[in-house]
Design a protein. Structure first.
Lengths: 198, 198
DNA sequence: GTCTATATTGTGATAGAC
DNA sequence: GTCTATCACAATATAGAC
């Protein structure tokens, strides 16, 4: 059903995915605005025009990547609520998601042009960020401002520490490092005992 | 001594600093590659050509900004070693530095084009990152990999949580929020007691 | 699906008047 | 110090052959 029969070994869906993978790498390395169509087609091994068969614009590639990211995030959020997952499990999956989608995570979390584009999009359709949902699951019942800061801090560790470590290790994260990141994130998330009696 | 007498109210040094301030804002908002000379001159209220009296290129503006950042970082490192500062004080000053130089911090810490440019620069002159010095001061005597991860995690919190909070609050950080960020960073930095006996 | 052009606009940068 | 005008080039994107 999925194959039409007229495509060669590298069929349309395949090439499209290869383009997205390359775009994700390059956006993470040089930023969205700093990456040209020629950069992408060069690494792919084709001409610029070939890309326009698969995507109507450079922005269309970014939109597709952000869609992938939102889908992965939505899966995690859904699982966190349905199971439900404890903070340790949520943060652990976030570390794994960062490893598996490091280009995407770096682009969404760092690239200023992408962040401003997403803010603009969020303003247009009135929706808040997907991160907010994960945060509110992490903070649980205690919806205080302090709890929000702790949750955000734990997320900052899972994202930034994981990205920093795998950049020095060809995309791989050892079990020991993962455990250390997770432990630090959990400590950041935990409310200090002294605050209970105040 | 510093004034030559032929300049109007907004003298050269003043205009240069205004340009840098605007460039820092815009680089943080839209990224270095995503910001055009026209963007900067537009916010300044002049034409593009006027900028080239003060800077020889767009890259020259970035170089000047990175120089400012490195100088501020060097000041902190020097103070941390000379005084010497405890981790709590170092992290506290990093939060304050992030608030005072938020545009710079966002650009250096996030913008992929700037990060890759700095990596290339570091490879050329053989020097490591300035961050490494702060990290080694933070980890102190324990130079284990786990201690490095904890230090990096604490830094991730001071940077990311501070930037996130002041973005929602017109550049200001309340005392309470600052204390909460600092506490989370210190928890992330602390070695778990159980690890001592292992 | 991919190619060789080419159209078109954006961008960094310069020349020279004021 | 800033302007108008312009250049050279890089970038996105399209047209049409294969």
């Amino acid at each position: 059903m999925a194959r039409t029969g007229t495509q060669s070994a590298a069929d349309a869906g395949d090439t499209r995915q290869r383009i997205l993978a390359i775009a994700s790498e390059l956006f993470a390395e040089k930023g969205y605005a700093g990456t040209s169509i020629a950069d992408i087609s060069g690494r792919l091994g084709t001409t610029k025009a070939a890309l326009y068969y698969h995507f109507s614009s450079k922005g269309d590639m970014l939109t597709a990547l952000l869609g992938e990211f939102l889908a992965l995030s939505a899966d995690l959020v859904e699982e966190a609520i349905a199971t439900p997952l404890a903070p340790e499990q949520i943060l652990g999956r976030l570390i794994d998601l960062t490893v598996d989608s490091r280009g995407l995570m770096a682009t969404v979390g760092r690239d200023p042009s992408v962040r401003s584009a997403m803010r603009a999009e969020a303003r247009r359709n009135g929706s808040g960020k997907q991160v907010d949902v994960i945060v509110s699951v992490l903070v649980g019942a205690d919806q205080s401002r302090a709890a929000l800061i702790r949750a955000h801090s734990a997320l900052a560790i899972t994202k930034e520490s994981t990205l920093a470590l795998i950049e020095d290790n060809q995309g791989a994260l050892t079990e020991e490092d993962r455990a250390e990141i997770l432990a630090a994130a959990l400590r950041a998330l935990s409310a200090p005992a002294a605050a209970m009696s105040a």
